[in-house]
Design a protein around this ligand. Structure first.
Ligand SMILES: Nc1ncnc2c1ncn2[C@@H]1O[C@H](COP(=O)(O)OP(=O)(O)OP(=O)(O)O)[C@@H](O)[C@H]1O
Ligand SMILES: [Mg+2]
Length: 613
């Protein structure tokens, strides 16, 4: 689905607009009733507080007249006193009613914005997640959701009441005398304009300050993440100084911003003093000439004070407003980008019946420059179990990633059972291919939840059975909380081999017809590996299997071995055939002496070289 800005967006993701204004409208879609109610309450509150000087005027005029009429004071002032009480009550009720609406809407609005952004984020490609830090993205989502709220509250609870206050007071002052109305009205216009201009000037400093703070924060996160490294290298002191260097930058930038704000305050205080003195002086002259009453005099001064009170923080409010809007813009820029890999409009669900995988003239490069594969052709027959070997960086993981459509080849097609994976739904593709990645990562949830992830209906027994097959049951039971144990962020509380076994169990449970193992057993000791290998072989059954391994013994028994070198398949055959051929594979096998591949090929030995990655 494409929106007005012509982004390529996944149909399942919410169609988020990229414009700030449109985005805020989108987020507030279900909340209009509440927001209008809030506007009404805020108007009521502002009107209530601005009319207080009007009631005081009526009281003052009443006091001035009592001596003339001789009536008891409370009796003659009953109406204005009631008005004053009523206005105060109204102010309280309106402001608290607005508070209640804020409580009722605010958190829900944040939730709906965060939900929409997260749902949009989910459909980004692996490349996108490779280019952005997970922590930074999570922070962006919550920051954007908060800022949408703050932008709205700025408008509804700051700017709107100020506008009402200014408009009503100027109206009342015109009622007293047009001179006073003109004086204060003119002042308000000039003041708002100057405040706005100052705020836009200050915005540059404020943004720079925010950027420095976020940069320092990044440095802090990196330092905290690597604290164990710092300890291992006994560089804790260095880290403190390193961080302090950045904190010093923050001080400089902060002071620059705050000095500017100080200058703005000078302007505000002087402008306020001028308005106070001007109003008092002018109202006094009008009273002196008998044009206005004592009450009107008091009201005029009271209104001027009220305006000053509201206007005091206008520059700061503008600044905050810019900041919130800036945050929303930032969030949109980061998250609401084109989805790189989406279902084509007429995508069909893939139904794997045989499990034939075909690469047809596939050319692929990560950066559009140096291709990993150039016109690669290969067919993996249904139910075939294929081992991929080759030096580090030769393209094995990339090959697996392309089958999962993590990336889009620049040329050629990848077909599964004759269907181009470009034209099948991603969900159906991922449901029918299981991958045990090179560096499996787990949710910080219970082991049970992690193992059962691919099959939520598996139940306790299913989970335990899969764990037993993956040789994980034993160590899980030995943990104090067994299957309910939490595994730490990305699974850090488990050993590398334990984490790998959980990843195997979760894939065994998912039981998809195509299985890709990328170094699935590389962190296991040979004894454990052998046992799991047998279970894995059994689980493979009639599945199509692609197994990547550096330890050749793990794949030697498979139906077929493909030897990768710099994105080309240089040898293809069974273990025995390849040994007989006396080529790359047989040399690797000999060098490994049943163990591991050497770190590097002997340069003269063959065309096989490791190239830097
Ligand atoms: N996300 C990526 N972005 C850009 N380049 C990448 C990315 N992933 C891999 N590459 C590059 O693509 C080439 C092939 O990498 P690949 O991960 O497929 O190698 P591999 O055969 O799996 O190596 P290893 O045995 O070390 O896992 C390498 O040169 C690598 O630097
Ligand atoms: Mg790899």
């Amino acid at each position: 689905m494409a929106n007005s800005s012509n982004l390529q967006q996944a149909a399942e993701a919410p169609a988020l607009p990229t414009g700030i204004f449109q985005f805020i409208l989108f987020c507030t879609a279900g909340f209009w009733g509440w927001l209008v109610l809030m506007l009404v309450f805020e108007t009521g509150q502002a009107a209530g507080s601005i009319l207080v000087p009007y009631a005081v005027k009526a009281i003052m005029d009443g006091v001035a007249n009592t001596s003339a009429t001789g009536m008891p004071i409370l009796e003659s002032l009953a109406t204005p006193l009631l008005l004053l009480a009523g206005l105060n009550l109204a102010e309280i009720l309106f402001s608290r009613a607005s508070g209640a609406v804020l409580v009722a809407t605010g958190p829900r609005l944040r939730r709906s914005t965060a939900n929409a952004l997260f749902a949009y984020l989910q459909y980004h490609s692996p490349r996108y997640f490779g280019n952005h830090f997970a922590g930074a993205l999570a922070h962006r989502i919550s920051e954007t959701a908060i800022s949408v709220n703050h932008t709205l509250w700025s408008i509804l609870c700051d700017f709107w009441p100020i506008l009402v206050t200014f408009a009503v007071s100027i109206f009342l002052l015109f009622g007293v005398h047009s001179d006073l109305g003109l004086l204060v009205g003119g002042w308000v216009l000039v003041y708002i304009s100057i405040s706005y201009v100052l705020a836009t000037r200050c915005q540059r400093y404020a943004q720079e300050y925010a950027a420095v703070r976020s940069h320092v924060n990044g440095k802090m996160v990196d330092a905290v993440t690597n604290i164990l490294n710092a300890k291992l290298f006994a560089r804790l002191g260095f880290e403190r100084e390193y961080l302090d260097g950045y904190l010093q930058q923050e001080v400089k930038s902060g002071q620059r911003t705050f000095w500017y704000m100080e200058r703005v305050r000078w302007f505000q205080f002087i402008a306020a003093a001028l308005l106070k003195l001007g109003t008092v002086y002018h109202a006094l002259t009008l009273w002196d000439s008998g044009t206005i009453s004592v009450g009107e005099f008091t009201m005029s001064v009271g209104l001027a004070l009220l305006i000053i009170n509201d206007a005091r923080n206008l520059t700061r409010r503008f600044l905050e407003f810019f900041e919130y809007v800036g945050n929303v813009a930032n969030g949109l820029e980061t998250i609401v980008q084109s989805h790189e890999i989406i279902d084509s409009p007429h995508a069909l669900p893939l139904k794997v019946t045989h499990g034939r995988v075909e690469f047809n003239h596939v050319t692929f490069s990560y950066d559009g420059d140096k291709p990993v594969f150039k016109g690669l052709n290969v067919v993996i027959e249904p139910g075939q179990r294929v081992g991929l070997v080759g030096f580090s960086g030769s393209g094995k993981s990339t090959f697996a990633g392309l089958i999962l459509r993590n990336f889009q080849p620049q040329q050629g097609q990848i077909l599964i059972d004759g269907m181009d994976i470009q034209h099948v739904t991603l969900d159906s593709l991922h449901e029918q291919i299981s991958l045990i990645p090179q560096d499996p990562s787990l949710f910080h949830r219970s082991l049970k939840a992690n193992i059962g992830y691919g099959r939520p209906d598996a139940g306790e027994e299913g989970v335990v059975a899969a764990a037993s097959l993956a040789h994980a049951d034993e160590f899980i039971r030995a943990m104090p909380e067994g299957y309910d144990s939490l595994v730490g962020e990305r699974g850090v509380k488990l050993s590398g081999g334990q984490r790998q076994r959980i990843a195997i169990a979760r894939v065994l449970l998912k039981d998809a017809p195509i299985l890709i193992l990328d170094e699935a057993t590389s962190s296991l000791d040979s004894v454990t590996e052998k046992t799991i290998q047998e279970n894995l072989d059994r689980a493979m059954g009639k599945k199509t299997v692609i197994a990547i391994a550096h330890r050749l013994s793990t794949i030697a028994h498979l139906d077929r071995i493909l030897v990768f070198d710099q994105g080309r398949i240089v040898e293809d055959g069974t273990h025995e055939e390849l040994l007989l051929r006396n080529g790359v594979y047989s040399r690797m096998w000999a060098m490994q002496a049943g163990g591991f591949l050497p770190e590097e090929a002997e340069p003269a030995a063959s065309g096989v070289r490791e190239y830097a990655d």
